[in-house]
Design a protein around this ligand. Structure first.
Ligand SMILES: Nc1ncnc2c1ncn2[C@@H]1O[C@H](COP(=O)(O)OP(=O)(O)OP(=O)(O)O)[C@@H](O)[C@H]1O
Ligand SMILES: Nc1ncnc2c1ncn2[C@@H]1O[C@H](COP(=O)(O)OP(=O)(O)OP(=O)(O)O)[C@@H](O)[C@H]1O
Ligand SMILES: [Mg+2]
Ligand SMILES: [Mg+2]
Lengths: 254, 254
């Protein structure tokens, strides 16, 4: 499985929105996709419409070696999309993980069990703690959603420092080869300036597709639906169709 | 000093925007205000225009008892507003704090040194880790910005659980008496539904003033200015003037 960590410690930049909507779009196009939710908020899990009340095994149990991934992964309601869900018990795990052996590789050691999937997206929390580090160690590629606003640009340096530490000590194969510009508002100069700056800094790592600010993207999660099933005619849905095409080319050789 | 923690583990809901703009507005109205930045991203520090390159002492040194607050607090460029800045070294502090004695009260023990200020706002990171817990232990009141979107509503339960643990074990005086609705978009039903749900759940804790989505609020940080100095005629600035009035009444008995 091609494994992509979707991370940025800046909050609210579109990490979950990218995971949910890219997964659904690639699933519709015939790929077998896994969304791994390692954020205690569990937004990818609920954004895909999964009902947590009847979940017994989850990401928490996998990273604490209490259950293999195969007994935690469940199908979603959407064609080609499965979920390794996050539940509330994940919230306490960073403290629990702090004291265990090889705490940074707890997820990586289980990736072999997921090789039947074409691609996996790991939805990270807005921090650079042990859960995000576990995702970076388990991943081949890093996708960084960057909101087209000032604070989001500021935080990129911190993320880069963590990434190079992970590459040096834990996962030398990790590539930062996917930057996505999100919440782009064509009416403001701010969006254009941030987009220009990001392209200057990350060059060909930046996807051509820009995700516009689009209210349909923020409405879809309240129905537990990816946008391509909620409003396929929306600008948000069209953007994720385009982005999925680029992901197919860049990461799945098509 | 009246101490208000501004916290919500959901990312990008307006925590920093509330701290920076409320502080500036109250400073203009003659109050002596302190912004304590305990988020390693340091967005409140830069949003107030503070240049971090010449900072020696910061929040990191205060919570690790290396320096008293008085030698870390600096004046901002804005009338009546001082800052206890965050710098990058704060990023590693959660791991460092995990092992020290009384790790949850590191900030609380220094609050006495800040009694000359009328009010302090502690800008928290998007997580419920040790830095946010330190802020909750040090605070009298908790302000929770809630973005008028679906995922932001989902996370409130987790925040409440952490708050009641803090009230039970570490700070029985902590009151959740300030909920602010942010990024309200009057064109969408989603905003209205979320606002209604939040008022139902938190009743009189919710401020009357609603902060509208307003591009001036996202532009101001790139100039290092609070919105009342960047564009005082904007809807964003007017909303924070109104919110400041409510804060004076509710927390400063005026
Ligand atoms: N392009 C967009 N247009 C409009 N709204 C969007 C867009 N992308 C995301 N949103 C909304 O903005 C909010 C933040 O997005 P999202 O939750 O995906 O970010 P995140 O980075 O996963 O947040 P966190 O840091 O809390 O994990 C959500 O309410 C989401 O529905
Ligand atoms: N009412 C608003 N209208 C438009 N933009 C806003 C508004 N409030 C905040 N913003 C912008 O939205 C983004 C998120 O806001 P902000 O950084 O204050 O949230 P936060 O909760 O502090 O984020 P984090 O969880 O990363 O600390 C910022 O780019 C900010 O400028
Ligand atoms: Mg998320
Ligand atoms: Mg912030």
């Amino acid at each position: 499985m091609k494994t992509v960590a979707v991370a940025n410690q800046k909050g609210g930049v579109g990490k979950t929105t990218c995971c949910v909507n890219l997964a659904a779009e690639l699933g519709r196009q015939g790929k077998k996709v896994l969304v791994l939710d390692i954020d205690p908020q569990g937004n990818s899990t609920s954004g895909l419409g999964v009902d947590v009340s009847n979940i017994r095994n989850s990401m928490y149990h996998v990273i604490l070696d209490e259950t293999p991934p195969t007994s935690a992964i469940i199908p979603s309601a959407w064609e080609g999309v499965w979920v390794l869900p996050a539940t509330l018990d994940l919230a306490g795990s960073e403290v629990e993980l702090a004291g265990v052996m090889s705490r940074e590789t707890r997820l990586a050691r289980h990736m072999n069990a997921m090789k039947d999937f074409d691609i996996g997206f790991i939805d990270c929390p807005p921090s650079l703690g042990l859960l995000t580090v576990n995702a970076l160690v388990a991943a081949d590629s890093l996708m960084v959603p960057i909101q087209c606003e000032y604070y989001a640009l500021e935080g990129v340096g911190q993320l880069m420092r963590t990434v190079s530490l992970v590459q040096r000590y834990l996962n030398e194969n990790l590539k930062l080869d996917g930057v996505v510009l999100t919440m782009f508002d064509s009416r403001t100069n701010l969006s254009k300036e941030v987009a220009e700056e990001v392209r200057k800094q990350f060059r060909e790592a930046v996807f051509e597709t820009i995700i516009p600010r689009n209210v349909r993207l923020s409405e879809a999660p309240s129905y537990g639906k990816p946008v391509c099933y909620y409003d396929p005619g929306s600008a948000g849905s069209a953007a994720f169709r385009d982005l999925a095409e680029e992901v197919l080319e860049r990461w799945l050789d098509q």
